[in-house]
Design a binder for this molecule. Structure first.
Ligand SMILES: [Zn+2]
Length: 540
């Protein structure tokens, strides 16, 4: 069976940025691009021909870093995004409990609050605020960044955290002057909290994945780099991999999965590799991607690791979750065993440490085409930007982070460090491979929002006037590359996807308007009209 699109404005995103009016697909591959008459001459009576009537077509989008399973499970949690007060959080959680007719004693989870959006005092909620919501349900509310969560007193009781409970490495729970826990958990201390929540079955995990993929295809996403292996407390990596492989077997994978394997312990990584897993294991539907590590936290929560203290809280420089030696050891082991490496690094110090570990591994065992990279890479300086280039490292950036971050970066780090941060245009000009993503569920994976923010350097409300660090605005072409071919490069798949070229996978998106021609401020309003994945229409 073949399938043709005709009368389109098809931006192939090939090396010459060429445009064609028609494309023919057979099975899951693109077999011909060209003029309408060329394509029609190759069609037969079984060919499904769609007249695009001048609509714009791009390669299917690639979200280079997100958390697919977390997003799916967040659909089953209270949505706290944008809440402007504790009262609003209370209202939303209580409505969730009522609407869901959830039985007493059942864990209630929420996600997405951000104290910077509070109209009153911009502080984290604590257990007493949550006790005000309910004392009959254990409640955990996770901050938008995922690096901080707050629990009520009943939850603390159930997990056994009380005055005098020991702290953990690489994180902590806050205590008051009397030593009583405040219900606020940071970084590695989150495990204490989440380990008490009942775990879903593989079937339930598959349902979460399907819900997530349905939403992604409606945004034109056909490929993701996704970090899922530790998404659900108590659920091991084998179960997540099994869930994906079963969906693949059942023909239900609607997005290509490149699994960014979060395995932060050396012994666990040894076991994982011992089972035969390594980067590239799998096929073009589900593939094992890089080892994913985290070296620091988030800027919003002031846990991103900085070389100098925070400008708005000189008592802290953030948190590193590993020592340099520990990081070197695990990075070298992964590198020696042919694992690509992607390290979450937001603060400059986190990135200095990450690059040191990568260089150390490369010195021991040189490799040309490692495609190691840093996820987020927000607070950069000139040294770090040059390091990306010198080490040929991938910068996994999130243009949609602009939405919130422009409001806090100057406060957190001051104008001097701000100037060389989020320097996406500089990265592009230097020839650094930057692959765009959303970090969903941290931010929306709507690619039109991401392109709009990357190009205008403005948030969804059009602020700040003139754009934030406007010199760092990407062109529309660069942004689209960031969401297509650059993402394919990050997964070593630029020869099979990321552009509309003969022989590549048939993944495409049809847009309601030509984003190369309209005013960039309007890009956020452009709709995805159709998504083609693996030669089939998966969204219309
Ligand atoms: Zn992430």
């Amino acid at each position: 069976m073949s399938f043709a699109l005709i009368n389109g404005k098809i931006y192939t995103m090939d090396k010459n940025f060429s445009q064609v009016e028609a494309v023919l697909m057979r099975g899951n591959k693109i077999i011909k691009t060209g003029t309408k008459s060329e394509i029609l001459s190759m069609a037969d009576e079984t060919t499904n021909i769609i007249d695009l009537k001048g609509k714009t077509v791009l390669p299917g989008f690639n979200d280079s870093h997100m958390h697919l399973v977390n997003y799916g499970s967040s659909l089953m949690q209270v949505d706290l995004i944008g809440a402007q007060s504790m009262d609003e959080i209370k209202e939303r959680v209580q409505k969730f409990i009522q609407d869901g007719a959830i039985g007493k004693g059942t864990w209630v989870r929420g996600r997405g609050w951000n104290q910077d959006y509070f109209l009153g005092e911009k502080v984290f909620p604590d257990r007493y605020d949550l006790d005000n919501i309910s004392r009959e349900y254990p409640i955990i509310l996770t901050r938008a960044c995922g690096h901080v969560a707050v629990a009520n007193s009943l939850a603390l009781e159930l997990i056994g955290i009380k005055k005098g409970s020991p702290q953990v490495d690489g994180g902590y729970f806050d205590i008051d002057q009397k030593g009583e826990p405040l219900g606020i958990f940071r970084e590695n201390a989150l495990d204490l909290l989440y380990s008490a929540v009942p775990r879903p079955t593989i079937q339930e995990i598959k349902e979460m994945m399907i819900l997530a993929m349905d939403d992604m295809t409606s945004c034109g996403i056909t490929s993701v780099g996704t970090d899922d292996l530790q998404s659900i407390p108590g659920v091991g990596y084998e179960e997540i991999i099994t869930a994906y492989l079963e969906l693949k077997q059942e023909g239900k994978l609607k997005v290509r999965i490149y699994e960014q394997c979060l395995i932060p312990e050396l012994s666990l990584l040894e076991e994982f590799i011992g089972k035969g897993y390594k980067t590239g294991w799998g096929d073009e539907l589900f593939k094992i991607g890089p080892l994913k590590l985290l070296i620091d936290g988030s800027l919003g929560a002031r846990t991103a690791a900085l070389n100098e203290p925070y400008a708005d809280d000189p008592s802290t420089s953030g948190i590193v979750t590993k020592s340099q030696d520990e990081l070197n050891e695990i990075v070298s082991f992964a590198h020696d065993n042919n694992m690509q490496i992607a390290i979450h690094g937001i603060g400059d110090k986190g990135m200095y440490m990450s690059f040191e570990a990568m260089e150390n591994a490369l010195n021991e065992k040189p490799a040309d085409d490692h495609r190691n990279g840093i996820v987020h890479c927000q607070i950069t300086d000139e040294y770090l930007l040059r390091k990306f280039k010198d080490l040929n490292a991938i910068a996994y950036i999130q243009p949609i982070f602009m939405d919130y971050d422009w409001k806090i970066v100057k406060d957190r780090i001051g104008a001097k460090r701000e100037k060389t941060s989020y320097n996406w245009k500089t990265m592009s000009d230097m020839g650094i491979n930057f692959a765009c993503g959303s970090d969903s569920p941290v931010e929306s994976f709507n690619v039109m929002y991401g392109i709009y923010e990357g190009v205008t350097r403005k948030d969804m409300e059009g602020k700040p006037e003139g754009g934030w660090l406007p010199d760092q605005a990407l062109s529309v072409k660069e942004a689209v590359q960031g969401y297509t071919i650059n993402g394919a490069f990050a997964s070593f798949e630029e020869s099979i996807k990321g552009s509309i070229e003969e022989g590549k996978m048939a993944d495409m998106v049809v847009l309601s308007q030509d984003i190369f021609k309209i005013n960039p401020t309007k890009i956020k309003d452009v709709n995805v009209d159709m998504t083609i994945f693996n030669g089939e229409i998966v969204f219309k």
